[in-house]
Design a protein around this ligand. Structure first.
Ligand code: ZN
Length: 412
């Protein structure tokens, strides 16, 4: 099956040779081709170029993209879309003045989601989660990382990871799984934190590794959650079981989690709303991708990741949604890109690089996703007619997507 898209007003994120990530000043450069064609063959990007160089091709299907933009699908490297129920009541509690920490202390927050998850059957969790996955696919996400972390028991965590595995085998988009048993301490371990860490290391990790249920290991390294020392212990155990670390750090406090992540070669350090100069310095010349989650800052009214300072310092940035029931009940990467421009003062070029190429890096899929490169997956967004790609962040809240391609097929 071949599909040829012709007369593309502008084809974005064109990389002749595969680039794994862009950093610092490179982030401002978004390579494009105006008046372009793109050929899809066997689910992959087979060829592209200027219309004037279009070779004679007999394609099974031809799509005229006059006035429209084509770009690689979003790569959302940080989500928690497998969960049960929702936390609307806490949303209203926060409007009425309670803080995220106060809600957590009242049995809300992550523990509330964990209670719901453990009370819900695996099939029901799958049914609820697939609705969210289908929604983000329609919003242009072509690769997504999904975390566990609402089980907080051996059975609950395995149940979540099995649901992620089932989504990955039933849906054509690229899915990576992360084990986040260290998301919070369950209430029955409140007075015995080492007991829970032991359970993670001696019971959960071996079972997960044996059944190949996760690619990454994650920890919520934060005051009141997991200390730097505990985070290091869990990352180390994860590595011993073949999992690469990706960690939650610097959301509310800078406690040395970034440095710990770098020490254990974390693929990404995520959140980063609170960044000291030492944190920025530590990330320079490392292979660890800083990931910003602007929808979370928006929803919780907390600071945004200081993207400008970080880019000026030469760092890369990836953008992700953090889709989860408590702090970001939205998986809309279009909103993330717009918010990065509006609130973090990233340029459209920087934000699109951060949400495609660098997002792919942050979830370990840059060989197959994140750019228009021959041989990569034909996971693409075709916009409605727009005046330029600046419309994507500018017209925030509008759905500018006409169709989404997943492995070369238009999503119906
Ligand atoms: Zn998260």
């Amino acid at each position: 099956m071949t599909t040829l898209i012709i007369n593309i007003q502008e084809l974005l994120q064109v990389r002749e040779t595969s680039v794994s990530k862009v950093s610092g000043a490179e982030m401002a450069i978004l390579p494009t081709i105006k008046n372009a064609f793109l050929l899809i063959k066997d689910n992959l990007i087979a060829d592209f170029g200027e219309m004037k160089n279009l070779p004679e091709i007999k394609a099974d299907k031809v799509i005229d993209a006059t006035g429209k933009v084509v770009l690689p699908s979003w790569c959302d490297s940080h989500t928690h879309i497998v969960y049960a129920g929702n936390r609307e009541q806490e949303f209203v509690d926060r409007i009425n003045g309670l803080s995220y920490e106060e809600i957590a202390n009242r049995g809300g927050g992550i523990l509330n989601s964990a209670k719901k998850l453990n009370e819900t059957s695996e099939d029901e969790i799958y049914e609820q989660s697939k609705v969210r996955l289908e929604e983000v696919m329609r919003l242009g996400t072509g690769a997504v990382e999904i975390k566990s972390g609402y089980g907080l028991t051996v059975e609950g965590e395995l149940k979540m990871l099995r649901v992620i595995q089932k989504l990955a085998s039933n849906y054509p988009i690229t899915i990576k799984a992360t084990f986040l048993g260290a998301h919070a301490f369950p209430s029955h371990y409140k007075e015995n934190k080492n007991g829970y860490i032991d359970e993670i290391i001696t019971k959960m990790l071996p079972e997960i590794a044996q059944n190949k249920l996760a690619d990454y290991v994650d920890v919520f390294c934060e005051t009141g959650y997991f200390s730097v020392e505990e985070t290091e212990k869990i990352m180390q155990a994860g590595i011993q079981h073949g999992l690469v670390p990706k960690i939650h750090v610097n959301q509310f406090n800078s406690i040395g989690g970034i440095q710990a992540g770098i020490k254990f070669k974390a693929l990404s350090v995520d959140h980063l709303e609170v960044m000291n100069p030492e944190d920025i310095e530590a990330l320079k010349n490392t292979e660890t991708m800083p990931v910003a989650l602007p929808s979370c800052s928006y929803f919780l009214s907390i600071p945004y990741t200081p993207a400008r300072e970080m880019i000026t310092a030469g760092l890369p940035i990836a953008l992700a949604t953090d889709f989860n029931p408590g702090s970001t009940p939205s998986g809309n990467m279009n909103f993330v890109v717009a918010t990065a421009c509006i609130k973090m003062k990233m340029t459209p070029e920087e934000a699109i690089n951060a949400a495609t190429l660098n997002g792919a890096y942050a979830m370990g899929v840059s060989a197959t996703n994140g750019s228009i490169t021959k041989g990569k997956k034909a996971n693409l967004i075709l916009t409605k007619p727009i005046s330029s790609y600046y419309q994507i962040p500018y017209a925030f809240g509008s759905n500018l997507i006409e169709s989404v391609f997943v492995e070369g097929e238009i999503l119906e």
